[in-house]
Design a binder for this molecule. Structure first.
Ligand code: DQA
Length: 154
């Protein structure tokens, strides 16, 4: 039986537009455009329509997460620094009712203590940290697997 096409929003938050030049020792040398192109190609491979967006603004991220209610199956989210602070983004994730996977390029648990806490992780279906740019691809694979085998069905 053919798979149904999954529709996934990939959202990146503040300062991730600077990937490639921003603290390469921590985040690597790959820019966001390259990561997003790789995700689109992976989407084709996985029978998913993938749309990537980036904003430095909390309210814009909230708007996009709300939009996921209409016609999107799930979200891969790197909320950057807002991960550690944003009640508004957490509330948007629960309000939208779509599964969300939190991703980080760096291993936030091996960094400063303020990065150890995520306000979002508890309302996400899973979290991927520490695999550099590949964290996004792993998060996308995990989300699509979750969409096709929701918890309790496996
Ligand atoms: C990050 C980790 C955050 O703590 C940081 O504020 C970022 C990037 C990551 O992908 O490793 O902006 O989300």
């Amino acid at each position: 039986m053919p798979q149904t096409l999954s529709r996934v929003l990939v959202l990146s938050g503040p300062n991730l537009n600077l990937l490639g030049t921003r603290e390469p020792a921590i985040y690597g040398a790959t820019d966001l455009r390259t990561i997003e192109a790789d995700l689109a190609a992976l989407g084709v491979e996985l029978d998913a329509h993938v749309e990537c967006r980036q904003s430095n603004h909390e309210g814009q991220l909230v708007d996009w997460i709300q939009e996921a209610r209409d016609g999107w199956d799930g979200i891969v989210l790197n909320a950057g620094g807002y991960t550690h602070t944003s009640v508004a983004i957490r509330d948007a994730i629960t309000a939208c009712g779509r599964p969300c996977v939190e991703v980080h390029l760096s291993n936030v648990h091996a960094r400063e203590p303020f990065r150890h806490r995520s306000r979002l992780a508890a309302v996400c279906v899973g979290v991927v940290v520490g695999f550099g740019p590949r964290s996004y691809a792993l998060g996308l694979r995990g989300l699509i697997d979750y969409l096709r085998h929701p918890r309790g069905s496996v």
